[in-house]
Design a protein around this ligand. Structure first.
Ligand SMILES: [Zn+2]
Length: 253
């Protein structure tokens, strides 16, 4: 008997639901500086322009992110922090919560879970963006998986239920919080789409703030071309030019 291997492709556009509603508050949880811009930068730029308050949660310092052999981890960290502030500001995000995990060492453990639960309870986002931990079509950075798994767990049930991390409620003055939607980028199976035709250029501009990562002008042109192609492909079949796609999980009411 031949075993048929299931290889789910990107779903046809008819199965993608377009999101037009803009929440009041959102949070982007990501592993390294520049992941947020790549994953959801254009959507975030669109939402902040419409009045949504967005908080960034950067899980690692990006201490291993350099191809320059003369660069040390101590040198790259402040450079990447400054770049991330500029990039965030470009898409309208002024609040960045930075967690002090080492780049490449992120684990979906209880320490990280407690940190994410605390930040969700503190900022009370209706929508959270994060890496999809379950992508199987290619390599997925270990830190990206750890963020995806832990963000998912933090939303449900930990941030929602008062008996998880009760000290946050009894001693830190926080309240349980129910996130409505998790939107995951880098996914094999997107089910929602957002028109980002007006803000794709802002995403590209934000990404270029990460100078230590994207490099010189020639590379920038390549990166911009690639991002535009990807966003244009994502919008295929829709009546707009550029899109970001996500896999959405919605909490039961
Ligand atoms: Zn990353």
């Amino acid at each position: 008997m031949t075993q048929q291997r299931e290889t789910p492709d990107i779903e046809p556009h008819g199965l993608l639901e377009e999101i037009t509603e803009v929440p009041e508050r959102a949070m982007v949880i990501f592993a390294h500086p520049d992941d947020a811009e790549i994953g959801s930068g254009a959507t975030v730029a669109r939402w902040t322009a419409a009045g949504c308050e967005v908080v960034y949660v950067q899980s690692t310092s990006g201490s291993s992110g350099s191809n320059d052999r003369s660069m040390t981890s101590d040198e790259i960290v402040p450079i990447r922090a400054a770049e991330q502030r500029e990039a965030a500001s470009t898409v309208g995000v002024e609040t960045i919560e930075v967690l002090d995990h080492a780049d490449g060492w992120l684990d979906p453990d209880r320490v990280f879970l407690e940190e994410l639960v605390r930040l969700i309870r503190k900022h009370r986002p209706e929508v959270v963006f994060a890496h999809d931990p379950e992508r199987f079509s290619g390599f997925n950075h270990r830190d990206h998986r750890a963020v995806g798994i832990t963000a998912k767990d933090a939303i449900y049930p930990y941030a929602r239920d008062h008996l998880h991390f009760p000290d946050q409620i009894e001693k830190e003055g926080l309240q349980p919080w129910k996130v409505k939607h998790l939107l995951m980028w880098g996914t094999d199976q997107p089910n929602v789409i957002i028109d980002v035709s007006d803000t794709l250029e802002t995403k590209i501009e934000a990404l270029f703030k990460h100078e230590s990562q994207v490099g010189g002008l020639a590379t920038n042109v390549d990166v911009a071309t690639r991002l535009k192609k990807r966003a244009s492909d994502a919008a295929d079949g829709f009546n707009f030019d550029y899109a970001e796609r996500f896999r959405r999980i919605t909490a039961r009411p």
